[in-house]
Design a protein around this ligand. Structure first.
Ligand code: G3H
Ligand code: 13P
Ligand code: NA
Ligand code: ZN
Length: 311
């Protein structure tokens, strides 16, 4: 069933588990996510970046947003699990409006690079518009940056818990992404992975709403190995290990944003298949292994976050 993201995340917050939010750009990733959710009886959040809207709409973000709603709704309506569609990192009003109009379940307003007062003002406006259309809203506070070994680098970009409390009270935002030391992409940590759990706990105590972890990919070594055995070069990439993800869920994270891990699983499957089948040129065949590996990574993630059976 196609649901408001709030339905999925309020339940996860109340019962204390995490739900994967998986980024997509095309049909095959949607297949992998829905199939994984159905097999694990897990709710799923599918999300698209602004770039994905433009890509899918072949340059037209309104068309891209409508296309994603149609595709996701078509699958969501035919399965028992809750399925939501979220705009990830919306920073341009045009993209946010396109998604609200098209029927997204939620939108993220990312004004985290603006000063606090501006972030509050912009987020407030989006919340008012989105809520009138029964669309929930995610916002971000602080900026994503790594913490190197035991040194907290760029301390000032991590979320300030008191600001988080004020931000949530004033904006009435539904979900908050507090920066606690993760970063986007495949190279998150130089040394050992380290997040600011105390900060996370404090934000949760002061806001009590569903919290979102961005940059949450683990960089699955099994997939890195397969990809690299077939020509890729991801040397030195490092993500957030599963046990650390579990800890963030324990301390209040409910939405776990995952893009890099899916892309890596997909490319591992695609490269391996192409290398092993030089005569094949049917996309339905060469995308199949890519989809299977992506689905496997998604199902493993559902186990780690404890969203299995939570429908
Ligand atoms: O948070 C960023 C996501 O990984 C989306 O990235 O802009 O390349 O689609 P993208
Ligand atoms: P990763 O690059 O770790 O997958 O993060 C994705 C993300 O935060 C999307 O918003
Ligand atoms: Na998001
Ligand atoms: Zn993100």
């Amino acid at each position: 069933a196609y649901v408001n993201t709030k339905v999925i995340l309020d339940k996860a917050n109340k019962e204390g588990y995490g739900v994967g939010a998986f980024n997509v750009n095309n049909l095959e990733f949607i297949h992998a996510i829905i199939e994984a959710g159905v097999e694990k009886k897990s709710p799923v959040i599918i999300q698209t970046s602004q770039g994905a809207l433009k890509y899918a709409g072949d340059g037209d973000v309104y068309r891209g947003a409508r296309l994603f709603v149609k595709m996701v709704r078509e699958f969501a309506d035919s399965v028992e699990i809750p399925v939501a569609l979220n705009l990830d990192h919306g920073s341009k009003l045009e993209n946010i409006m396109a998604c609200i109009q098209a029927g997204y379940s939620s939108v993220m307003i990312d004004a985290s690079h603006s000063p606090l007062e501006e972030n509050i003002a912009i987020t407030k406006d989006i919340v008012r518009i989105a809520h009138a259309a029964n669309v929930s809203v995610e916002a971000e506070l602080g900026q994503l940056a790594g913490i190197e070994d035991d040194v907290v680098a760029e301390h000032s970009v991590l979320v300030d818990p008191n600001e988080a409390k004020r931000f949530v009270e004033e904006t009435k935002v539904d979900f908050l992404a507090p920066a606690i030391g993760t970063s986007h992409g495949a190279f998150k940590f130089k040394g050992t992975a380290k997040l600011d759990f105390d900060r996370l706990k404090e934000v949760k105590e002061l806001t009590k709403i569903p919290l979102v972890l961005h940059g949450a990919s683990s960089v699955v070594q099994e997939m890195v190995k397969i990809a690299e055995a077939n020509g890729a070069d991801f040397g030195g990439s490092k993500g957030v290990p599963s046990d650390i993800l579990k800890e963030t869920v324990k301390y209040g994270i409910n939405k776990v944003n995952t893009d890099t891990d899916l892309r890596m699983a997909y490319i591992a499957g695609l490269r391996e298949f192409l290398n092993n089948n030089p005569k094949e040129f049917d996309p339905r065949k060469y995308f199949a292994t890519a989809k299977e590996y992506t689905k496997k990574v998604i199902m493993d993630r559902m186990e780690v976050l404890d969203s299995v059976g939570k429908i």
